[in-house]
Design a protein around this ligand. Structure first.
Ligand code: HEM
Length: 374
């Protein structure tokens, strides 16, 4: 008789199918007590929680990669794969809403009243995703009801911290966030071959910003001259003011004049590095960083689309009534889609890009060859 181990694994044991299928009972002890629409409602939410779980894992891995003090060039492909999967997950999450839209308003109202004050804002994993991404909670988090923090919504009904809030607090303590890690990585990116440890780095960065802004001014002025020559006279002043503002805003953005003086040199370097990567992406060392930035914008776009898609689904099912969590409902959801941006700088860089032939020539290009290993 052979001593070879017997292969006894089954699909149902490995996937834990029995346990999985026993979880759709909601508040009832038995699923048979629920209408099929309510089972759909519960199941769809559970599937979302599973997507969120996977998204958290990939986001954590991507964060860990960029949080290293030296990010190895040869590991960039692996980090990009994590971001690519995040993108797929968020796209799938948006595409998953039609299933819940099979519920009519009347179907949902059959069981909605028993949900109060339960609501999606109590999804710890969703909040964890926002926090790990680096959503600027202090500055932009919208309250459900005036003054109430998002943390209050996560408390258990008896006021205790409970499982959800504990998870979220642990995530808040888990630093750096993905955004902080990307910021630090961008901050270290060579600009004109110079890194922040060099004494003349600020001067070199500023010289590059000046050269770039001159190119930007030229691009917008040329365009404005052409456009203004062909518009009706009464429209010209408004359009001219817009083009002038665009020139001014580019300078304001790259010089980081919107942030306080203490944070300005850091922000200026981060923004300039993001621009540098974007415009000189053909330099070998910048090819992967450019891919990373592009993927981050794509992931954020998918996240925003998810928020918008959720809002339209909610409007279709409940109209504009107050949410089960007490927020203004669809109005609140639309505001989050509009206001919540995690990487505003990466989006803003797109506004200031100019045609390739107008770009200043990069200097010290010998610094941008590939390096293997760390
Ligand atoms: C009948 C279907 C649904 C309706 C009518 C609906 C409606 C709403 C409303 C009105 C809010 C604002 C909070 C409040 O209740 O006052 C909310 C929040 C939320 N919902 Fe839904 N929802 C539905 C299904 C889902 C599904 C399937 C998910 C997937 C996980 C989900 C995830 C969330 C999340 C994460 C929030 C918090 C959003 C934030 O604060 O940024 N919802 N939902």
């Amino acid at each position: 008789m052979s001593d070879a181990p017997k292969h006894t694994t089954t699909y149902w044991d490995y996937i834990r199918v029995k346990e999985l299928l026993s979880l759709q009972t909601g508040l009832a002890g038995d699923e048979s007590e629920l209408a099929s629409d309510e089972v759909v409602f519960i199941t769809v939410h559970q599937v979302y929680e599973l997507w969120f779980k996977l998204a958290l894992k990939d986001l954590e891995a991507a964060r860990d990669h960029f949080a290293q003090p030296h990010v190895p060039d040869d590991r960039m492909a692996g980090a990009c794969r994590k971001l690519e999967r995040l993108l797929v997950i968020f796209r799938l999450a948006s595409d998953h809403f039609p299933l819940i839209e099979t519920l009519t308003t009347r179907d949902y109202l059959e069981f909605r009243d028993k949900l109060f004050p339960a609501n999606g804002g109590q999804s710890a994993q969703f909040r964890e995703l926002e926090i790990l991404f680096g959503l600027d909670v202090e500055n932009i988090r919208l309250p459900y009801v005036t003054g109430g923090s998002f943390e209050e919504v996560l408390r258990s009904p008896d006021g205790s911290t409970g499982w959800s809030l504990e998870r979220v607090k642990a995530r808040q303590a888990d630093r750096p966030t993905f955004r902080e890690a990307i910021d630090a990585w961008l901050y270290r990116t060579p600009i004109e071959g110079s890194t922040p440890d060099r004494a003349d780095d600020a001067a070199r960065t500023d010289a590059f910003i000046d050269a770039y802004l001159a190119a930007h001014r030229k691009a917008i002025t040329e365009l404005a001259d052409n456009v203004l020559a062909s518009v009706p006279a009464d429209e010209a002043p408004t359009l001219k003011a817009r083009y002038d503002a665009e020139i001014e805003q580019a300078a304001h953005f790259l010089r980081a004049e919107d942030v306080d003086e203490a944070a300005r040199p850091h922000r200026r370097r981060v923004r300039t590095a993001a621009l540098y990567i974007e415009i000189y992406r053909e330099l070998p060392l910048l090819a992967w960083p450019r891919k990373v930035l592009d993927l981050i914008v794509a992931v954020e776009q998918a996240f925003v689309s998810y928020r918008q898609r959720h809002a339209r689904m909610a409007e279709r099912i409940i109209g504009r009534r107050v949410g089960t969590g007490g927020s203004s409902g669809v109005d609140y959801l639309d505001q989050t889609a509009l206001a919540y941006r995690i990487f505003p700088d990466l989006w803003a860089v797109r506004t200031v890009l100019v045609r390739r032939d107008l770009l200043p020539d990069p200097s010290h290009t010998e610094e941008y060859g590939f390096r293997y290993g760390g």
